[in-house]
Design a binder for this molecule. Sequence first.
Ligand code: TYD
Length: 216
Amino acid sequence: MENVKTDQKGQLITLEGPDGAGKTSILEKLASLLEAAGYEVVTTREPGGVTISESIRKIILDVENTSMDNKTELLLYIAARRQHWVERVLPALAAGKLVLVDRFIDSSVAYQGYGRGLSVNDITWLNAYAIDDTKPQLTLLFDVPSEVGLARIESADVREVNRLDLEKLDMHKRVRQGYLDLAKADPDRIKLVNANQDLETVVATAFDLVQANLAK
Ligand code: TYD
């Protein structure tokens, strides 16, 4: 697999991490810093970012859809990815932008692969199919211990832990492990950032990594 083709002037940087890593706030602040440093930044997210993919997102995340099969879930994420890729990411790259995406191919491996137990080989192939055998130039993986991530999400929650919460912890741990394995397998692309620190420190670390990557 190759990096995004050289005829694309722009750069694709993805932000990944388990729930509760603070990715979305980090993305906002990181984008402002990069803009202030003179980069033309486009921020977007998966699943979603364009009309068709936002419609798919609603189907995937709808709590009424309790009967959704795991493979259906995977294929919907992949379909949303493809449409977002064609309609949003590729044009921005062609226009020379710095594209920051909140979640991308590694989310499918971590969540549907490690989390749901689907074949990582199949997911890798489907990801490649959706984004034309390319890869992001850089992926920032915001890592937090599972207990910290879940506590951040449920910070307003003071009730006792129930069976579903335990399942959530188990799923969260598998997702985190998936990300750590991915980072180990592709250390040139995936850079681990300790997100169990204050937001300013995390954002400053991310900014340095992006600048170092752009200077390459
Ligand atoms: P979202 O509310 O955007 O969560 P977050 O702020 O944590 O990114 O919901 C996206 C959810 O979809 C999130 O729980 C991760 C999951 N997801 C997958 O399971 N597979 C994927 O391929 C992608 C892109 C996201």
